[in-house]
Design a protein around this ligand. Structure first.
Ligand code: PEP
Length: 246
């Protein structure tokens, strides 16, 4: 049987609840029209702002849709003004959570240790953590990718059951820049990540994935999916990612 391909759109700080509902309404229709073109091993979902989770769940008609929050707090409850626990996001409709996205690491001081703590709690509460990591342009140019990635992956998955997570390799220089890592380079890093984690772990690539390049990236033996920002914001483009641009 062929491996599962897991494609997750990351909306970042985009779409109001009303816009999220409109997107999912359109996705319901496009999915029904294009279902025959989407391979059975393709699993997919959306990483949305927390206030969009409930509207997405309410509007969705697609069985198995992954509904991911974009962050959570590792504590179950308490005096953490402005934060959301795993139970709160789950109650709002999430069945997954993106953790350690480079934007959160760079702008909100997210550390690999806190990512691991969050991932452990997410799993305990029945959520699928999608754990992101990747090197900066400077590190890439200095040929430090494997060293950096190894540290980030090991620290971000400490004590975490790898059979219950998705790992997302996202070179920072390729996020939102239009520069995609070549399929060969992305494959090399994902293969390396597999070699230092678990043979069966699901590893996504992320960084300027779009309908035009998704098929080549997904055909690599160690790339099991994609985390997609810009190209996931429009339902037509998102469906094209699922059909591999067919
Ligand atoms: C992302 O947000 O994780 C991402 C990879 O963005 P983009 O696809 O726009 O590069």
């Amino acid at each position: 049987m062929s491996k599962d391909i897991v494609i997750i759109g990351n909306w970042k700080m985009n779409k109001t609840p009303e816009e999220a509902e409109a997107f999912i309404g359109k996705l319901n229709l496009l999915y029904a029209e294009n279902k025959a073109k989407i391979l059975e091993n393709v699993k997919f979902g959306i990483g949305a702002p927390a206030v969009d989770l409930a509207p997405i769940k309410k509007t969705n008609e697609i069985e198995g849709l992954i509904i991911a929050a974009q962050n959570m707090h590792e504590k179950e409850s308490g005096a953490f003004t402005g934060e959301l626990s795993s139970k709160i996001i789950k109650g709002a409709g999430a069945n997954a959570v993106i953790l350690g996205h480079s934007e959160r690491r760079a702008m909100f001081n997210e550390t690999s240790e806190s990512v691991a703590a969050k991932a452990r709690v997410a799993i305990e509460n029945g959520l699928l953590p999608i754990i992101a990591f990747g090197e900066t342009l400077e590190e890439y140019e200095a040929k430090k990718t494997k060293r950096v990635v190894k540290k980030m992956v090991q620290e971000s998955t400490r004590g975490v059951d790898l059979s219950k997570v998705v790992l997302a390799y996202e070179p920072i220089w390729a996020i939102g820049t239009g520069k995609t890592a070549s399929a060969k380079d992305a494959q090399n890093v994902c293969k390396y990540v597999r070699s230092i984690t678990d043979e069966n772990v699901v590893i996504q690539y992320g960084g300027s994935v779009k309908p035009e390049n998704i098929a080549e990236l997904m055909s690599q033996p160690d790339i099991d999916g994609a985390l997609v920002g810009g190209a996931s914001l429009d339902a037509t483009s998102f469906i094209k990612l699922l059909t591999m641009n067919k």
